[in-house]
Write a protein that binds this ligand. Structure first.
Ligand code: ZN
Ligand code: ZN
Length: 661
C-alpha cells in the first residue's frame, strides 16, 4: 500500500484547509419560470464541483453536502452522495466508477442521489439502524403517526421520498478493508438516531466522516431542530433532548484521535478536539439559557433537579385561585356571565361537552354563546366538530389559528389534528367586543406555536389573560422547536411578553393549569433579556444568517401540504419560505416528481423548471409550482420533493408536498 508520509502542515495545505469550499454553495444563475418535465439531476444546474484532495487516495467533493471519495484506479468508494452530482466530479479522478456508497444517515439531502447511482451499479451500504429509512420509506409515508397527532420527531422527517435498494448494512464496530483504506463504523447518534461515523485509515492518516454531528471548526451544527428528542415523555417535550447523546458521540469520535473530521454540511475540521470542545460548550450554554425560563419546570420538575437553586434561573411564581366567573374542564376554561351564559375556550375532548351539559342540568349555565380557540393543537380542537353539533354558537379565533383548524389537510405541524372546525369569525390583532359584563380583546399571540391566539378579558375589576399553552408560572412554553418559536425583538415570545407588560393582567391562565398566576415586571424583563441573549447564542450555534433558520424546521414548506388530484389533472402548490435574515434573500425552487408517476418506475426523477422570488427581510415569500399527473398514474400517496436554493445555499429535496392520486 502506498502511504506517503506528509508533515501535518504539508498535509493540511495539500488538503486545501483554509480555502475550503462550503458544502451547500453554488454560484447564482438566472432561473426561469415554472415548466413541466425537465430531467432532474441537480448537477444539470450546479456549477462544476469543488474537490479537495486530502491524501493520494482520498478526496472530498463539495456539492450541496461534502461527499468523501476513496479512489484507487478505476474504482471509487463514497461516503454519502448528496444529490448525486458527485458523479460528474469523478471524471477528475481517473474517471473512477462508484463501487459502493457508505451512508452516515438517511436524510433526504444526504441521500436523494442514491437511486440514480445505485441504478448505475453502486452498492448501497447504510446504517443498520436506519435501513428501513432507505428501502422501506413507504411505511413511513403511509403511517398516520407521521401525519397527524405528531408528538414524536423520530425518525426524523427529512425522509427519502421514494425507496432505494439496500445491498448491505453496517453497524457499530464493523470494519471494511477497501483498496488503500481501512474503514471502521462507529455509532454516533444525535443528529439522527441511527447515525454512523466512519473512521478511515488511509495513506498514513486517520480521517472521520461524521455526518452532521458537527458543522465546522467553530463548533457549530447544521441545524438545531433535529436534536428535538424526548427522554421522559414524547419527543414533544424534548427541546435539545438529543444533546447528551450527541455529546457522547462527539467524544467517541474524538477518542479515535482523527487528523481531520469531514462533516456532511460544513467545512473540513483540522483540529477535531478544539471543535468538539467548542460545540459542547455552546450546547451547554444554549441549554442552560433554555432551562432558565422554561415552562416545563412546572410540569416536570424532576427533569431539572440539577439546575435547582441557580441564581440566574427565573424563580417559579406561586399560583393563585381562579375567580368565581370561571370553570375549568380538561384543557378548557369557561367564562360564565352573571346571567349564566357561557363562553367556552377550546374543546379537546368530549368530557368538555359533557361537563357543560351537566352545568346546564344543574342550572349553573343556561346557554352556550361562544367558542374561542387558543391554538390548533389536537388536545384543544379534537372535539370541536362534536361541540358544534351540541351547541349552536359562533366559533371565534385569531386568523392564524383559523387558517390551520379550518383546513388541517393543508398543514403539517406538531400535534396537528385532522378534525376540521368551522370558524365563524377570524379576529384581527387587538379587536375588542363586549360580551355581557365583560370586555373581550383578541390578540395574535405567537407563543407556544406561531398559530396561536390570546384573549384578554376585563370585568368584575379583573384583568384576565387567557394565553393558551404559552406560559406557566415557571416561564415560557417553547419545548418543541417545530412549533415555530421565533427568536427576535417583536416576534414570538418577545412579542407575547411585551403584550403582558402592556396589559398588566391580574390573572394569567394556561389551558392545562387549573389555577391562575401572574408575572412581575422584573420577571418579564428577565424573560425578554433571556430571549435576546438566546437569539445571539443560537445564532452562533448555526451557520445560517439567523438563529431561527436553525430552530424553525418549517421555514420552508409547501402549501397545501397535502392535496387530492385525479390522473391526467394538474396539481399545484406554493412553496412558502420565511426569510428570517436581516437582508433580502432569493428563494428558488423546483418540484422533483416521483419516479413512479405514470405507472412504470422511471430511471430518474423529472423536475419542473426552477422558479425564483426575492423575499424581503423578516417576511414570507412564495413560489408557485405546478405539474401534470400522467393519466396512467395508479392510485396512491405520492411524495413530491422540492429542491430549494436560498441565496448561495443549494438544499436538495429540502421540503415536500403530498399528492394523493
Ligand atoms: Zn442530516
Ligand atoms: Zn398546545
Amino acid at each position: 500500500m502506498n502511504t506517503p508520509s506528509l508533515s501535518r502542515r504539508r498535509f493540511l495545505r495539500h488538503a486545501g484547509i483554509g480555502t475550503l469550499a462550503l458544502a451547500g454553495g453554488f454560484r447564482e444563475r438566472p432561473v426561469v419560470g415554472a415548466d413541466d418535465d425537465v430531467p432532474a439531476p441537480s448537477a444539470v444546474t450546479s456549477d462544476p464541483p469543488g474537490l479537495s484532495r486530502l491524501t493520494e487516495h482520498l478526496a472530498v467533493y463539495h456539492g450541496p453536502i461534502n461527499v468523501g471519495i476513496v479512489h484507487q484506479g478505476a474504482r471509487a468508494l463514497l461516503f454519502d452522495c448528496g444529490d448525486g452530482s458527485v458523479a460528474a466530479a469523478l471524471a477528475e479522478l481517473d474517471g473512477a466508477s462508484i463501487d459502493r456508497i457508505l451512508f452516515t444517515h438517511h436524510h433526504r439531502d444526504q441521500a436523494c442521489g442514491a437511486f440514480a447511482l445505485a441504478a448505475g451499479g453502486a452498492r448501497i451500504v447504510v446504517p443498520a439502524d436506519e435501513r428501513e429509512h432507505f428501502d422501506n420509506v413507504a411505511a413511513y409515508w403511509a403511517n398516520p403517526k407521521s401525519r397527524w397527532h405528531i408528538y414524536n420527531q423520530h425518525p426524523h422527517h427529512l425522509m427519502l421520498a421514494e425507496p432505494v435498494r439496500v445491498d448491505a448494512t453496517m453497524a457499530d464496530g464493523d470494519q471494511l478493508a477497501w483498496g488503500p483504506a481501512k474503514i471502521r463504523a462507529m455509532a454516533t447518534p444525535g443528529h439522527t438516531d441511527g447515525s454512523l461515523s466512519y473512521l478511515v485509515e488511509i495513506d498514513g492518516k486517520r480521517i472521520v466522516f461524521c455526518g452532521d454531528a458537527i458543522y465546522d471548526q467553530q463548533g457549530r451544527v447544521w441545524e438545531i431542530h433535529s436534536l428535538q428528542k424526548g427522554t421522559q415523555t414524547t419527543d414533544y417535550h424534548g427541546f435539545l433532548g438529543a444533546r447528551p447523546e450527541l455529546v457522547e458521540s462527539l467524544r467517541r469520535i474524538e477518542e479515535t484521535r482523527p487528523d481531520l473530521l469531514i462533516p456532511s454540511h460544513g467545512t473540513i475540521i483540522a483540529d477535531p478536539s478544539q471543535a468538539v470542545e467548542r460545540l459542547v460548550a455552546r450546547l451547554d450554554r444554549c441549554y442552560d439559557r433554555y432551562v432558565a425560563i422554561s415552562a416545563l419546570r412546572h410540569y416536570f420538575p424532576k427533569l431539572f433537579t440539577q439546575y435547582a437553586g441557580r441564581k440566574d434561573h427565573m424563580p417559579i411564581r406561586p399560583g393563585k385561585p381562579a375567580p368565581d366567573c370561571l370553570r375549568h374542564i380538561g384543557t378548557s376554561w369557561i367564562l360564565v356571565s352573571k346571567d349564566k351564559a357561557a363562553f367556552v375556550m377550546d374543546c379537546g375532548n368530549r368530557r368538555v361537552i359533557e361537563g357543560i351539559e351537566q352545568f346546564i342540568e344543574q342550572d349553573e349555565v343556561r346557554r352556550v354563546e361562544g367558542l374561542w380557540v387558543t391554538h390548533y393543537h389536537d388536545d384543544h380542537v379534537d372535539a370541536i366538530p362534536d361541540f358544534q353539533k351540541a351547541f349552536d354558537c359562533p366559533c371565534i379565533t385569531d386568523r392564524s389559528v383559523a387558517e390551520v383548524i379550518g383546513d388541517p389537510l393543508a398543514w403539517r405541524l406538531p400535534c396537528i389534528s385532522p378534525s376540521r372546525a368551522r370558524v365563524d369569525r377570524a379576529t384581527r390583532d387587538g379587536e375588542s367586543w363586549t360580551w355581557h359584563e365583560f370586555r373581550l380583546t383578541a390578540y395574535h399571540f405567537p407563543g407556544q406555536t406561531l398559530y396561536h391566539s390570546g384573549l384578554f378579558v376585563e370585568g368584575e375589576g379583573l384583568r384576565m389573560f387567557f394565553v393558551g399553552d404559552s406560559f406557566t408560572m415557571a416561564g415560557i412554553d417553547d419545548y418543541c422547536a417545530p412549533n415555530r418559536n421565533w427568536l427576535g425583538a417583536g416576534v414570538g415570545f418577545d412579542r407575547c411578553i411585551a403584550l403582558i407588560e402592556k396589559l398588566r393582567p391580574t390573572h394569567v391562565f394556561n389551558c392545562h393549569v387549573a389555577e391562575a398566576f401572574d408575572f412581575t415586571a422584573e420577571q418579564c424583563r428577565q424573560m425578554r433579556a433571556n430571549l435576546a441573549e438566546r437569539e445571539g447564542l443560537f445564532g452562533q450555534l448555526v451557520p445560517w444568517p439567523h438563529a431561527n433558520f436553525g430552530m424553525d424546521e418549517p421555514w420552508v414548506r409547501c402549501h397545501p401540504y397535502e392535496q387530492r388530484a385525479e390522473p391526467g389533472a394538474k396539481a399545484a402548490f406554493r412553496v412558502v419560505a420565511t426569510n428570517h435574515a436581516e437582508t433580502t434573500a432569493r428563494l428558488a425552487c423546483r418540484a422533483v416528481l416521483p419516479r413512479t408517476f405514470g405507472g412504470a418506475t422511471a430511471a430518474r426523477n423529472r423536475a419542473t423548471r426552477w422558479s425564483s422570488v426575492p423575499i424581503p427581510s423578516k417576511t414570507d415569500g412564495e413560489v408557485p409550482l405546478s405539474f401534470s399527473i400522467p393519466s396512467d398514474t395508479p392510485p396512491g400517496r405520492y411524495v413530491v420533493a422540492v429542491d430549494v436554493r436560498l441565496d448561495d445555499r443549494s438544499l436538495p429535496q429540502f421540503t415536500e408536498a403530498v399528492v394523493v392520486v
